[in-house]
Write a protein that binds this ligand. Structure first.
Ligand code: ADP
Length: 378
């Protein structure tokens, strides 16, 4: 990025009905290295700006045909990019506040000395330059973020197709008559392929949500169905580890027909329950849903909590846990697979249901993940 001191010649329009002052200011402006044009009143400035652009207008206040305030208002409405400095006498009917509130970058009271004039003009132009640089950096950052998201989208789509082939044929191979050692190899290929597929799907989910292309799919549903869907995959995993999954839905919610994005809710809960199972070796996982607020007659705020008796998370790591590609375990000593994307996806999904996500956890004592969601009730 260029420094704000970097030189740039600006194009400045001086508007004043006093020939001598107009000439003097034009002289000062050009001697500061800028390009200068002059006109005698507000209407002529409007005509000039309809055909030619400039960076800054220096305008007198009291002029025939159209005064400085009218010109300032016109510029702020039609040419929002142009900065305006108002030159005015003490007797003028408009105050500093009026002029600044109307959008002027500064105000110079007549009579003024060259030093004061140059300092004010310099300051406004420096701010302008800084703003232009910030705008440019922001545009570059947005363009590169868009390119990154598009790249991730294309790559993960392209990877998914051959991965489906690998997983499908590995499945067929695992059903074939094979010697035991070959069966073991096929099983290992299958586990690795599933892991890779999960990673690719997470990247695709993450980039889809980040690009804002994840459309909400609103429908009527029961919380019972949400958990039924999740438990089909989660229960076999928890049972394999001897962990019990307990679900408690507050009575006011049980049997209630909700209206919202069921799929988003399933994705958030599945990620959090899957993590709870992954990071817990014994004990139980308590899943609770309660109503925390009645927002208006048909909208409520729900709070979900997933409490596990697992390894817990170091308080020092908790601040960044919802950032993408973050894991609490040290890379070298990691026991668990994963790309550190699950919680980042959850955080983005939670904002889609106008909620918050947070956790309470201490090392060795388990973790509780909470999130809220706003839903309509039928
Ligand atoms: P990953 O796919 O690597 O698990 P996540 O974003 O889901 O990524 O989780 C990030 C990290 O947060 C995990 O690697 C783990 O260190 C920690 N973590 C998440 N959930 C739990 C939990 N219930 N108990 C302990 N640690 C957890």
């Amino acid at each position: 990025m260029k420094t704000i001191e970097s030189k740039k010649n600006f194009k400045i329009l001086v508007v004043d009905d006093d020939d001598a002052l107009r000439g003097l200011i034009a002289n000062w402006v050009t001697s500061m290295g800028h390009h200068c044009e002059t006109v005698e009143d507000g209407q002529k400035a409007v005509d000039y700006l309809s055909n030619t652009s400039c960076d800054l207008v220096l305008t007198d206040m009291i002029m025939p045909n159209m005064d400085g305030m009218q010109l300032l208002k016109h510029i702020k409405e039609k040419h929002t990019d142009i900065s305006v400095i108002v030159l005015t006498g003490y007797s003028n009917e408009y105050s500093y506040v009026d002029v600044v509130q109307a959008g002027a970058a500064d105000f110079i009271t007549k009579p003024f000395m060259r030093d004061e004039f140059s300092a004010k003009l310099d300051r406004v132009l420096k701010e302008r330059r800084l703003l232009e640089e910030l705008r440019e950096s922001k545009n570059k950052a947005e363009a590169s973020s868009k390119a990154k998201t598009a790249f991730l989208n294309v790559i993960s789509h392209e990877l998914k197709t051959p991965m489906n082939g690998i997983i499908g044929f590995t499945q067929l191979l695992s059903e074939a008559e094979l010697p035991p050692d070959k069966k073991k190899y096929v099983k290992m290929v299958s586990i690795s392929a599933d892991r890779l597929m999960k990673f690719i799907s997470q990247i695709l989910d993450f980039s889809t949500i980040e690009s804002g292309k994840n459309d909400m799919k609103i429908c009527h549903f029961h919380l019972g169905n949400v958990f039924e869907e999740i438990f089909i995959t989660a229960k076999p995993k928890s049972e394999k580890k001897g962990i019990v999954l307990n679900l408690e839905i507050a009575e006011v919610l049980s049997g209630k027909l909700l209206f919202g994005d069921q799929l988003v809710l399933v994705q958030i809960l599945y990620n959090l329950i899957d993590n709870a199972i992954k990071f817990t070796d014994y004990g139980s996982i308590e899943i609770k849903v309660k109503k925390v607020k009645e927002l208006c007659k048909d909208t409520i705020e729900l709070q979900f909590s997933i409490k596990d008796s697992g390894c817990g998370i170091d308080p020092e790591k908790q601040g960044a846990i919802f950032d993408p590609f973050t894991q609490a375990e040290e890379y070298m000593t990691r026991k668990h697979e994963g790309a550190g994307l699950g919680l980042a996806i959850c955080a983005k999904l939670v904002s889609m249901v106008s909620g918050k996500i947070w956790l309470e956890s201490s090392l060795g004592e388990g973790s509780t993940f909470y999130f809220t969601a706003k839903m309509k009730v039928a």
